[in-house]
Design a protein around this ligand. Structure first.
Ligand code: PAF
Length: 285
């Protein structure tokens, strides 16, 4: 497995793969890898990629003041072992100065999709994501790039950005990978201990209640959000941020009964801010 710390080195690797007729897959990450990330590598392979690269970069511009940039777990050696075990062929591991060269002035902003949901409490977050992912996609020059559906709004922002900028890559969303008790896998689950870890299950439990209601015929978005809200509010250690019903394709708010919806939720549990979602009536996660 090759490790490249410069954009030039990474681009040369990708160019060589393409010249050799290989289909290049790309999995951008911030490291601290878990089974969810590794599933993205497998999805890239399932999509016919015979040369899969990953990137590890904790992107400072997507963290707001007071957020966890400084304490975000960094485990380079372990991450590289895991990626190697998964058959990843190359890893892009740039430093901040490589991604944001001295004097850089360019930002990428996906205006409307970045508003609301997580964008409401994390101003500038999706600007940071769109900017770094645009850079990563241009460097990796992959045929396919895979992102987890747990970050549903992020995925919508990235799809829009790649389309608007004519970046020649297929953006693929991969299903959420969950712990045995349903908690969506996330690097930030590391922050959860003891009772907080137990309490964190309330997000998925709430979503499951909404799914049961939907399966029983309920379509009213108010009713669907009400059961999720009630479940999370019943958990004293959780602080609900939002629960919303959105259109899975456009992310527009759903205000009338619909047969295909995504319910998105964010809550703070102890030191961790957690997000989760479920799509109902279509391919559910
Ligand atoms: O989802 C993540 O890990 C990050 O937001 C991403 C897409 C790698 C951009 O930094």
């Amino acid at each position: 497995m090759e490790v490249h710390r410069t954009a030039e080195g990474m681009r040369a690797w990708s160019g060589a793969q393409r010249s050799a007729g290989r289909r290049v897959g790309f999995v951008p990450t911030m490291g601290c890898l878990h089974e969810g990330h590794l599933s993205l590598v497998r999805v890239a392979k399932e999509r016919g990629c015979d040369a899969v690269a990953a990137s590890i970069f904790v992107n400072p511009t997507q963290f707001g003041p007071g957020e966890d940039f400084a304490k975000y777990p960094r485990e380079e050696a372990r991450d590289l072992d895991l990626l190697k075990g998964e058959g990843v062929a190359a890893v892009f591991l740039p430093g901040v100065a490589e991604m944001y060269p001295d004097g850089d002035q360019t930002i990428v902003e996906v205006t409307n999709l970045s508003k609301g949901l997580c964008g409401a409490s994390r101003p500038g977050h999706f600007r940071g994501v769109a900017t770094v992912v645009a850079k990563l996609l241009l460097v990796a020059s992959a045929h396919v790039a895979v992102f987890g559906e747990k970050d549903f709004q992020q995925l919508a922002v990235i799809r829009r950005m790649a389309r608007d900028l004519h970046i020649d890559v297929e953006i693929v969303g991969a299903p959420i990978v969950r712990e045995a008790d349903g908690l969506a896998m996330s690097s930030r689950n590391r922050y959860l201990e003891g009772e907080d870890r137990q309490a964190a299950r309330c997000l998925y439990k709430g979503l499951c209640r909404a799914r049961d209601l939907f399966d029983a015929g309920a379509r009213d978005p108010e009713k669907l959000t009400a059961v999720v809200r009630a479940r999370i509010l019943s958990e004293p250690r959780a602080m609900l941020e939002y629960v919303e019903v959105r259109d899975p394709a456009t992310l527009s708010p759903v205000r009338v009964p619909s047969d295909h919806v995504t319910i998105l939720v964010a809550a703070r549990v102890g030191p961790a801010r957690l997000i989760d979602n479920i799509t109902l009536g279509g391919q559910s996660t």
